[in-house]
Design a protein around this ligand. Sequence first.
Ligand SMILES: Nc1ncnc2c1ncn2[C@@H]1O[C@H](COP(=O)(O)OP(=O)(O)OP(=O)(O)O)[C@@H](O)[C@H]1O
Ligand SMILES: [Mg+2]
Length: 355
Amino acid sequence: MSWVEFKNVVKKFSDVTAVNNVSFSIEKNDFFTLLGPSGCGKTTTLRLIAGLEIPDEGKILIADQDVTYKLPKERNVAMVFQNYALYPHMTVKENISYPLVVRKVQRQEIEKRVRFVADSLQIGQLLDRYPQQISGGQQQRVALARAMIQTPSVFLLDEPLSNLDAKLRLEARSFLKHLYTELGTAVVYVTHDQAEAMALSTKIAVMDNGSIRQIGSPKQIYDQPANIFVASFIGNPPMNIVPCKISNGHCLIGEQKFPLQTSWEQEYQDAYLGIRPENIQLDPAHGDLHAQVFVIEPLGVETIITLNVDDHQLKCLVFEDVPFAPGDRIWIKFKREKIHIFDKNGEKVQGRLSS
Ligand SMILES: Nc1ncnc2c1ncn2[C@@H]1O[C@H](COP(=O)(O)OP(=O)(O)OP(=O)(O)O)[C@@H](O)[C@H]1O
Ligand SMILES: [Mg+2]
């Protein structure tokens, strides 16, 4: 049995279906991330696990127990909310120890555990301050400490890094990954930041409009996206998606065409080619398609080059010096095994091997 299970869960708020027949299972050692755009149902899913919402349909299990209709306090979960929600009238120490005080844990035991989590989160020197006397990043660590002081079956974290500036956010991200290895139990994490999801997770569920569009490891989600929604949500810049036709083992983009792998037998009138920016090679003399350099953006380690191909723009990512200038006419070549073809509904299709 899995550690947390969602079985065909539906949650409606009057006419909005926030969670639409969602199923997934999480193992005890998973860092499971719900990733998706604003309003897709991430927080609602987390609140359903916590027991702050009750589903209209379906079942929720935690550690083999059906908790679908159990109260939050009967579920043994710890949640860090989207806005940390520290108690402003309590010191840092009182904030952290609150979950144990409520459970009437012995004072000595509380002291010991506060010391331990405060040390591991490096906030030991802030214990007597009030939330408004510490920085946003410190507040966020206090909120994490308050969750960590408990020993829940599952940690639920709702965009815990969202209020931090870019640099602090990166630091907190590494820290969180380190912390996860020490927690020893499942984390369910919510974010709309694809890089954060990739960096932290063992499993990612990509959500769109109340439904899960794909579940997989970060590598599976990145390398084998099941549909255009997932393909274009992950990666920076995201995957290029270009309308095309597939015929006789060739891909037609506008007036130009190039061969797919020799085994491709499927035909599509309205399809889409997907290719990640790092899988396009540039050449002055030959390739698959003719292109014109539009813009070159050097970013330090890598350079983003925007190309015009007929009426379409493609972004490509190179890690060497760029011997081209805007306006240059060049050739582009697609790494064959990195080409994705999607049908007109945006679902991935495979070429059938000819026998
Ligand atoms: N209590 C509520 N009453 C009515 N509608 C709600 C309620 N909570 C959420 N919704 C709606 O359900 C949908 C999903 O909301 P949810 O908060 O789960 O999204 P989210 O993915 O967490 O978004 P964000 O990234 O903006 O936090 C939205 O359309 C939202 O407006
Ligand atoms: Mg949310």
